[in-house]
Write a protein that binds this ligand. Structure first.
Ligand SMILES: [Zn+2]
Length: 292
C-alpha cells in the first residue's frame, strides 16, 4: 500500500505568524523543524498502519522546507518546483491514499494563516460555484486520479471546511483559531503523538476497507469504522471563478486568452479537468510575481 503525505506548514502546531512560514529568519527555521517532525510522525503512523511505501510531498512555498537529513529514511521525498501536480506531485506513482498534513483553511475564512494557493494574488477560488481551499482543490485532483484523502491535520477551521469533502478521513486538530494570526495550540510533542496515532488508524482503515491488509481489530470496533473511502470527485467541465486581490492582477491574468474577465477583480475560465484547473491556477500564481 503506497501512501502520499502532502505536507504544508501553516497548520503545524505552534505556527501562527507569516514570519514562521517564510525563509530568512530564525522563527522559520524553528517552524520547519516542527513541520519535519510532524512529517516524521505521519510517516511513522502510516508504516505502522500497513503502508509499504510512503512518499512525502513538501507542499509549502518553495517546496523546500523539510529538513531532509532529519527525515525518516524509510520514506521518499518530493521536493522543489515547478511540478505539474503541485501539492499532489508523487500521486502519479500509483498511490492508494493521500494525507493532508499541516494544512490550512481557505482565503477569507477565519482560520490561522488562511489563504488559497497565493495570498498575494488570490482572494477566492470557486469551482463549479463552490468555494474551495487548497485541500478541496488538491483533494479533487487526487479524486480525479482515483485516490481518496485519508487524513487531515490543521486548525479547527480547516477541519470544518473539509470534513464534508472527505468521508472516512481521520482528523487531527493541532490548534484552535482565534483569528488569522492567533489561537490555542497543542505542543509540538502532543500534536506529533496525535498525528502518528491518527495516521496509523487512517492507513489501517484504508487497507482493511480495500482488502489490501487483513483486519486486525475486533468485529465490534470494525462496525464503527468507515469503510467507504470515496475519492472526492468534481465532474468536468470545470468552471473556475477566481477573485483576485485587485484589478492589476485581473489585468495581468487576462493576457492569457483562455481567461474571461467578469468584473474589475474577477476572472473565469473553463477547463477539462482538475489537473488542468490547478495547472492554470499555479501558472497564474507564478505570473503574479511580476507585480510584487
Ligand atoms: Zn503553505
Amino acid at each position: 500500500m503506497k501512501i502520499l503525505i502532502s505536507a504544508d506548514i501553516e497548520g503545524v502546531a505552534g505556527v501562527f505568524h507569516a514570519e514562521q512560514t517564510r525563509p530568512g529568519n530564525g522563527e522559520y527555521e524553528r517552524a520547519r523543524r516542527w513541520m519535519t517532525e510532524e512529517a516524521n510522525a505521519a510517516i511513522r503512523g502510516a508504516f505502522a498502519g500497513g503502508a509499504t511505501d510512503v512518499l512525502v510531498n513538501d507542499s509549502h512555498g518553495s517546496f523546500r522546507n523539510l529538513l531532509v537529513d532529519a527525515l525518516d529514511p524509510r520514506a521518499r521525498y518530493v521536493l522543489g518546483k515547478p511540478r505539474y501536480l503541485g501539492m499532489m506531485a508523487g500521486l502519479e506513482q500509483q498511490c492508494h491514499g493521500v494525507m493532508l498534513l499541516g494544512y490550512h483553511s481557505q482565503a477569507q475564512g477565519h482560520g490561522v494563516l488562511a489563504h488559497t494557493i497565493n495570498s498575494f494574488a488570490f482572494a477566492r477560488v470557486e469551482i463549479n460555484g463552490q468555494a474551495l481551499g487548497e485541500a478541496g482543490l488538491y483533494g479533487a485532483l487526487a479524486g480525479e486520479m482515483g485516490v481518496p484523502v485519508l487524513f487531515g491535520s490543521g486548525d479547527d477551521q480547516f477541519i470544518a471546511e473539509n470534513k464534508p469533502h472527505f468521508a472516512c478521513a481521520q482528523w487531527v486538530q493541532t490548534k484552535l483559531a482565534y483569528g488569522h494570526s492567533s489561537g490555542l495550540s497543542l505542543s509540538p510533542a502532543e500534536a506529533q503523538a496525535d498525528i502518528a496515532e491518527a495516521s496509523e488508524r487512517a492507513v489501517r482503515d484504508l487497507g482493511e476497507s480495500t482488502g489490501m491488509t487483513a483486519p486486525v481489530r475486533s468485529t465490534l470496533q470494525a462496525q464503527d469504522d468507515c469503510v467507504d473511502f470515496q475519492p472526492f470527485c468534481i465532474a468536468a467541465p470545470i468552471s473556475c471563478q477566481l477573485t483576485t486581490q485587485g484589478p492589476a492582477f485581473a489585468d495581468l491574468f487576462c493576457t492569457l486568452p483562455m481567461l474571461v474577465r467578469t468584473d474589475g477583480v474577477t476572472v473565469q475560465f473553463v477547463a477539462d479537468s482538475m489537473q488542468q484547473t490547478i495547472r492554470i491556477l499555479n501558472s497564474l500564481a507564478a505570473m503574479s510575481f511580476m507585480l510584487r
